[in-house]
Design a protein around this ligand. Structure first.
Ligand code: GLN
Length: 187
């Protein structure tokens, strides 16, 4: 049984729950979802999801409970796989848990939110539907790209951490959540 921790601070948490349950069904891996609200909730989790939302609001929400402090420590000191989307990716970059720099709200007004086919390559080349909502950008590119919108990097994988500027949990394509579970199972 794998325990998947989802940071419940703010943002698209329930969509991630749905996606990871579907991924578990597809892979026939029994999972339990743990809602992460306080530092003690981290104990024994096998995978981490950091949802999108508003990264500043997420920091404020977690300040009193030290959840983030515990999470960053765990990510730094273990091989626990992490899927961070949008604001989640921003937090990972700010904590230097990934080396790829990210810029918040970096799409101009016209393109603040949009949907487009993107290319992915972490498990072979393929297409994916990219849903971007006031998305950040990897404006300097990355040495670890796994997803592209046109020629721009929109997803990176650095070891056991996947950081995406788009929202796979708002699609019915569960491959990123399956990646997370497969990675957790390998550990
Ligand atoms: N604009 C948000 C931020 O800067 C991120 C948007 C999102 O997660 N959908 O935190």
């Amino acid at each position: 049984m794998l325990t998947v921790g989802i940071a419940m601070l703010q943002g698209a948490r329930h969509e991630h729950m749905h996606s990871v349950l579907k991924a578990a069904e597809n892979l026939e891996i029994p999972i339990e979802i743990r809602e992460l609200r306080k530092a003690v909730d981290i104990e024994g989790i096998d995978a981490i999801i950091l949802p999108g939302g508003e990264s500043t609001a997420m920091k404020i929400a977690s300040r009193s409970e030290d959840l983030f402090k515990g999470l960053w420590e765990l990510i730094r000191n273990s091989e626990t796989p992490v899927l961070g989307t949008c604001a989640g990716a921003i937090l990972l970059a700010q904590q230097e848990l990934i080396t790829t720099p990210i810029v918040r709200n970096a799409f101009g007004r016209q393109k603040e939110s949009f949907q487009s086919k993107i290319r992915i390559n972490f498990d072979g080349e393929d297409e994916f539907m990219g849903v971007f909502i006031r998305a950040p950008r990897f404006t300097e590119g990355s040495n670890y790209p796994i997803a592209w919108y046109q020629d721009e990097v929109v997803g990176v994988q650095e070891g056991n951490i996947m950081a995406l500027t788009f929202h796979p949990e708002l699609t019915e394509d569960y491959r990123f959540h399956e990646w997370l579970l497969n990675k957790a199972r390998e550990n």
